[in-house]
Design a protein around this ligand. Sequence first.
Ligand code: FMN
Length: 363
Amino acid sequence: MRDLFKYIKPALFKLEPEQAHKAAILALKLGVAPRGSLPNHGLNQTIFGLKFDNPIGVAAGFDKNADVPNEIIKTGFGFAEIGSVTPKPQAGNPKPRIFRIPEHMGVINRMGFNNAGHDAVLENMRTARMNKQAGQFGVNIGANKNSDDFIADYESGIEVFYNVADYFVANISSPNTPGLRALQSKDSLQQLVDRICQKRAQMQLQYGKYIPLLLKIAPDLTNEDIEDIAAIVMASELDGVIVSNTTIRRDFIAGHVHENEAGGLSGKPLFEFSTHMLAKFYQATKGQVPLIGVGGISDGASAYAKICAGASLVQLYSCLIYTGTGIIDELRQGILDGLKRDSFNSIEDAIGSQANVWAQREV
Ligand SMILES: Cc1cc2nc3c(=O)[nH]c(=O)nc-3n(C[C@H](O)[C@H](O)[C@H](O)COP(=O)(O)O)c2cc1C
């Protein structure tokens, strides 16, 4: 199925990246996007109480407005994370705000949380749930750029989407909303975590169901930051952490014409760094907190490596731009091959098996 994408790709790459993205969403809606054909045998798990047919999901930012969560699952992914969604609709930063870096299979974006806002996305999610047959839908929540109280925006996201989300992610790691990443600092994070967990508890009472709540963090953190975040997470009611969002580092693409574009770098250049941070976070949380590994997955080996570095589940976005959604077969097969090669009976046995190696690697 990746072969089909080879023919479409030159036409897509003639389009400006945001137009190409719109075309990809349309192709998914029309059911003509490349899809996988392998069964999910041997890849199912239950993580934070949710059943996943396979551990590979599409990361936030691809389907910001919940236009195609079911279609993402139909291509073969185990879960789809919609958003980030903010209370009020937001236009985002002026264009151009996304740059392809094909020489490195990378992307720089400074979208700035462009999204249709809670009301419109809730409507889309309700429709998507009515047609849902499989997979898990995450709702990734963010804060409006000019909000007076960022934390209140996250609380509002949990309240509004409680009945349509399978899990929540509080995204406090976008580099494109000024001040947002500061929520990762110890005191602010403690406040955020207290308030969002309290909001979830309140909603749990109201709806009589428990929806897992995760944090999404940046890769650009010091050892001290990691220890602080890990301690807060472990003492909290949070269910997991996503490592990582895009990086503000540029040394991975030094000399590239887009090197100095503002925003977050993702895709293959982020792989080693984000996997290193994932392993460090796995160690800091003593393997006791389910982690979703994201950043630079581009083939089966890199998907399997994330699991060995400490991820229970993995996600990708940027490399889909270069490979198309048909890559799902290669990713699933890569994980199965890795498990077999390393004589693991299940994914669970592989999780964190290489965390020591990845945590020590210089990046
Ligand atoms: C164009 C673009 C938009 C993104 N938007 C969001 C977003 O709204 N919320 C979020 O949590 N992450 C967002 N991300 C980050 C991705 O979810 C992911 O964490 C990051 O790109 C690393 O994974 P990748 O290398 O597989 O892309 C975005 C990434 C890209 C490339």
